[in-house]
Design a protein around this ligand. Structure first.
Ligand SMILES: Nc1ncnc2c1ncn2[C@@H]1O[C@H](COP(=O)(O)OP(=O)(O)OP(=O)(O)O)[C@@H](O)[C@H]1O
Ligand SMILES: [Mg+2]
Length: 141
């Protein structure tokens, strides 16, 4: 049976582990092995950290996560209402970062792309960013 959940929380680093845990708990019904559960957690962490660090540079904002199980395909959306990205193609390149020298390596999107089956990044109407990732678990069900 298909399933869906939504959560919203303030964009503070304390909530990175919350987001990771909630999404991995949701994913359990897809019967992931520990490696693939780790992939999901890492991808969600990267997306949520980006909202906090880049989306809301002056603090104060909200992050929304939508997760769906669509016939064995895990669909995850991470949404913010922050500043968005002027050039998404460039931002997705490995090692591209606008926070150089501040312990960022520019590998977040690359990690999401590598650990998930697909990654979509788009600016939202009304401002902010929408990151959509999918990973299939059909073979493990
Ligand atoms: N939610 C977001 N809102 C606004 N800008 C973003 C968002 N997510 C990413 N970006 C932009 O895209 C760039 C690349 O993101 P990416 O996660 O690949 O690297 P990083 O966050 O800079 O470094 P790392 O993830 O390795 O710590 C960021 O430097 C930032 O300019
Ligand atoms: Mg990042």
């Amino acid at each position: 049976m298909n399933n869906r959940m939504e959560i919203k929380f303030p964009a503070i680093s304390r909530n990175e582990s919350l987001a990771r845990s909630v999404v991995s708990a949701f994913a359990v019904e897809l019967n992931p092995d520990l490696d693939r559960l780790g992939d999901i957690k890492t991808a969600v962490s990267e997306a949520v950290t980006n909202c906090i660090v880049h989306g809301y540079p002056s603090g104060n904002g909200e992050i929304e996560i939508i997760a769906e199980n669509n016939d064995g395909i895990l669909h995850i959306e991470v949404l913010d209402r922050g500043v968005g990205i002027a050039d998404i193609t460039t931002a997705r390149q490995p090692f591209y970062t606008t926070k150089e020298g501040e312990e960022r390596s520019g590998m977040g999107f690359t990690v999401m792309e590598t650990f998930m089956d697909s990654l979509e990044v788009e600016n939202r109407d009304g401002g902010g960013l929408r990151v959509v990732m999918e990973k299939s678990f059909k073979e493990s069900l």
